[in-house]
Ligand binder design. Structure first.
Ligand code: PGA
Length: 255
């Protein structure tokens, strides 16, 4: 295992927070704080913030992401945004299959798979989220749940494209709850994800994929989580909304 082969990525997932004005203010504050980061820094923002976010971060080391995209290029899908639209704007990243999309908006592994394929075809880097519910962990089926999600979400995607995909392990019980997986629990599942990728796509591909942990990661627990060999970064919700809370996580990933 050689962690240095992989890009460490700290990505903020702003969810439904920050108006365009607020987005501009947060990014303007963050830019000087993370300018020397030795990891990839990404802010995944609401669709309406993308224009201002791209403008403010132009020429900086902060990359911008969207929080979802549709699988069709265009058509009668009221309220949806296509991968092609994001790509044309110059958005490099997109979060897909977040547990909130699965829980509240009927997202399934099938639609996550379609969205992932569309994102890759449009040249975007998908951050595909997987994770078990609390009762699934309690029933001791975490590995089955994760393996199923990985197999279905990445179904029919080439090894070359899988290398461009980021996987975020987000145990659903740890998201926004203040309950973090312990560093050992995070490592155990991230390593299982890599082993699953190795079975499906070979060792070389599995070794190249960035696997993030997400779920109440903050300035107090990030160092230990990020020190684990298969935890290559973080997908950060709450703590990405305040520059002073996000910056220490970027700093920890830069060590
Ligand atoms: P949280 O969210 O850091 O607020 O737990 C993480 C996420 O949902 O990506």
């Amino acid at each position: 295992m050689d962690k240095s082969k992989r890009t460490a990525i700290i990505a903020g997932n702003w969810k439904m927070n920050k108006t365009p004005k607020e987005a501009k203010a947060l990014l303007t504050e963050l830019i000087p704080m993370v300018k020397d980061a030795d990891c990839e820094v990404v802010a995944c923002v609401p669709f309406v913030d993308l224009t201002v976010a791209l403008e403010v971060t132009e020429g900086t080391n902060i990359k911008i992401g969207a929080e979802n995209c549709h699988w069709e290029e265009s058509g009668a899908y009221t309220g949806e945004i296509s991968a092609k639209m994001l790509a044309e704007m110059g958005v490099p990243y997109v979060v897909l299959g977040h547990s909130e999309r699965r829980q509240y908006f009927g997202e399934t592994d099938e639609t996550v798979n379609k969205r992932t394929k569309a994102a890759l075809a449009a040249g975007l880097k998908p951050i595909v989220c997987v994770g078990e519910l609390l009762w699934e962990r309690e029933c001791n089926i975490t590995e089955e749940v994760i393996a199923r999600q990985i197999k279905l979400d990445l179904f029919d995607i080439s090894a070359e494209d899988v290398k461009k995909t980021v996987i975020a392990y987000e145990p659903v019980w740890a998201i926004g709850t203040g309950k973090t997986a312990t560093a050992d629990q995070a490592q155990e599942v991230c390593s299982f994800i890599r082993a699953t990728l190795a079975k499906l796509y070979g060792e070389e591909t599995a070794e190249a994929v960035t696997i993030q942990y997400g779920g109440s990661m903050n300035d107090g627990n990030c160092e230990e989580l990020l020190s684990k060999v298969d935890v290559d970064g973080g997908l950060i919700g709450g703590a990405s909304l305040v520059a002073a809370k996000f910056q220490p996580i970027v700093a920890a990933a830069s060590k």
